[in-house]
Design a binder for this molecule. Structure first.
Ligand code: FES
Length: 168
């Protein structure tokens, strides 16, 4: 990975401190690495520290500051169960526990085969569709038993999550 400060910042580089530039370059690099690996492997962080000539502690403190970066492998499917108020009232716990039981993982964990990571999230802004989950970019709303089974089945089969299309 080539890290050119001017390519990352353009003219704004003139008003940034060296540390701000380094952090900016790191964040840009983290995003690229995570795009490729789905998380930040230690060996990639080691390479970054060498390439930028900064201490590993600086790399690590920058990465850990942001919730968007992960340090362990993540699943191909990221399943997020909304546990915001509306979803909680309409059965989010049941959805969460069903997925946990079905895939034998707890919230925050990834299946051994790396097919899925299970997370919870606060309100995602679709309260009218509660209870809601997302599977990568797809939103699954009004989750009842049937939809829940279909969603889990599709995750297991590695199929697209088009549950609303299936309803038609
Ligand atoms: S509380 Fe779940 S979408 Fe708003």
């Amino acid at each position: 990975m080539s890290l050119k400060i001017n390519e990352v910042f353009g003219e704004i580089a003139n008003v940034l401190t060296d540390e701000q530039k380094q952090r900016g370059v790191l964040i840009h690099a983290f995003q690229k690495i995570q795009e490729e690996h789905n998380y930040l492997p230690q060996e990639e962080l080691d390479k970054l520290a060498v390439e930028l000539n900064v201490p590993m502690s600086f790399v690590f403190s920058t990465a850990t500051f942001y919730k968007q970066f992960y340090f362990t492998p993540r699943g191909k499917r990221i399943v997020r169960i909304c546990t915001g108020t509306a979803c909680h009232v309409r059965g989010a716990d049941k959805v969460l526990h069903s997925v946990e039981d079905e895939f034998n993982i707890k919230e925050g964990e990834t299946t051994e085969d790396l097919s899925m990571t299970l997370e919870t999230v606060g309100c995602i802004g679709c309260c009218g569709l509660a209870p809601v989950a997302t599977v990568n970019e797809d939103i699954v709303g009004e989750i009842d038993n049937t939809k829940l089974d279909m969603m889990m089945d599709k995750i297991k089969r590695d199929e697209d999550i088009n549950l609303d299309d299936d309803d038609e």
